[in-house]
Design a protein around this ligand. Structure first.
Ligand SMILES: Cc1ncc(COP(=O)(O)O)c(C=O)c1O
Length: 413
């Protein structure tokens, strides 16, 4: 029966077709993940439990980070990270009005948690690689600065050497938003291991998926302990020093003992089930993404006078979340025209995430500070990305390159 079920699921998964030549996202899960999730459901072990704990352990082993705490999204991981660093139990914690440096070009929920904890987001410009501009960041550090939140955007890695030095010199917390860069490396070390806390997303379009899901990693026991408590209700169920709380509060039923504030950011064990299998496939997925990126780079190199091509920086491993392009100033076409042409040819495009977030309407309502955001403004109007995922075959890559070819040859007419 098991084999019959496996074959049935495999056949159903193989039926999946996208109506696009190059969709933004293609599913990377199949019978392994579905059968594991089915096992959770049929054994009625559906809420956070054994499989989430095992996935957390496997994730820590993969990353070489001491502690991992799974949550229901990357956004939740970011909220949890800043909630920990602003918690009264943390020494020299972030307080209301303190400043947190973030890149202006990122996803909204890198920045919103700063606002949620009452801190002031300081939006700093990015460079040609869409990563925090170190020199401009230095100018924005003030006596109010308490943390830096670098984002490894689209799988490319920030200059963690320079950022770590700055954090150390100014005694700042470091939180790496690694939601788009699982498996990327800097100096042979995994992105997400350079900071006090790092965060990951397992949304459907990311390197691995638990459908929705995220992870918070840290090598600091106190941060890990708070992550377990704040993740779920502020109670001690997942505390790593539960007995201490129990001994200190003999009159309170330990089954419902609350020792801090908290949210409910828990994942289900179905998400854990997916994670267990997806993580085993991650290195294979990254190799495939890297191969595809190399082929695209080779084919598009001839348009470099019009387009800023993405690159893997020296001493890093890029994990190619997507393939971004910036249309250079003075090009005889607009970014909108190129995107429209690609969309017409079945290649799905998106802006480089939130563009310059300082220009998004949400920021009209909240206190924040902006540096000089010249590049972010340019990127918002002149850059876009299309998807890279492990399932793109050579035929699709060839057709994508042909679509570019047709666009550029139409310019010459
Ligand atoms: C850089 C970055 N941070 C945070 C998030 C939030 O992750 P999630 O969608 O899992 O909430 C994303 C989502 O794509 C992201 O790209």
């Amino acid at each position: 029966m098991d084999e019959a079920l496996r074959n049935y699921i495999r056949a159903k998964c193989a039926e999946y077709r996208s109506d696009k030549l190059l969709p933004l996202v293609m599913p990377t899960f199949g019978e392994d993940e579905i059968l594991e999730a089915l096992d959770s459901m049929t054994s009625m072990q559906v809420t956070m439990g054994r499989k989430v704990r095992q996935f957390e352990q496997d994730f820590s082993d993969y990353l070489s980070s001491k502690y991992s705490t799974m949550v229901n999204s990357g956004s939740s991981a970011n909220l949890l990270a800043l909630s920990i660093l602003s918690n009264p139990l943390v020494k020299n914690r972030i307080r209301a009005g303190d400043e947190i440096i973030v890149p202006a070009v990122t996803w909204s929920t890198t920045i919103f948690p700063a606002i949620n904890i009452g801190a002031r987001a300081v939006l700093v410009d990015v460079d040609e690689d869409y990563l925090l501009d170190i020199e401009k960041m230095k100018e924005m550090i003030s006596e109010k600065t308490k943390a830096i939140m670098p984002v490894h955007l689209l799988g490319n890695v920030c200059d963690m050497g320079a950022i770590s030095d700055l954090a150390e010199d100014h005694k700042l917390f470091l939180v790496e938003d690694t939601c788009e860069a699982l498996g990327s490396e800097y100096g042979g070390k995994k992105a997400g291991t350079f900071s006090d806390i790092s965060t990951f997303s397992f949304y459907f379009s990311h390197h691995i998926t638990t459908i929705e899901g995220g992870m918070l990693c840290t090598s600091n026991f106190d941060c890990a302990e708070l992550s377990k408590i704040l993740r779920a209700h502020g109670y001690i169920r997942d505390s790593m020093k539960k007995q201490e709380y129990v001994d200190a509060n003999p009159d309170i039923d330990p089954r419902f003992m609350f020792v801090n504030t908290g949210y409910n950011l828990r994942p289900t064990d179905l998400a854990g089930a997916f994670g267990l299998h997806q993580l085993k496939k991650l290195e294979g997925f990254i190799s495939k993404r890297r191969e595809i990126a190399a082929k695209l780079l080779a084919a598009l190199k001839k348009y470099e006078s019009y387009l800023v091509l993405p690159r893997e920086k020296n001493g890093t491993r890029h994990s190619w979340f997507a393939f971004p392009l910036t249309v250079r100033e003075g090009s005889p076409f607009t970014c909108k025209q190129l995107m429209a042409h690609l969309e017409k040819n079945g290649i799905e495009t998106r802006p480089v995430v939130g563009g310059n977030l300082a220009e998004q309407p949400a920021f009209e309502h909240f206190d924040h500070k902006n540096g000089d955001l010249t590049n972010a403004r340019y990127i918002m109007r002149n850059a876009f990305y299309f998807g890279i995922h492990p399932n793109i075959d050579d035929n699709a890559i060839g057709q994508v390159c042909l679509a570019f070819e047709r666009f550029f040859s139409s310019l010459r007419k």
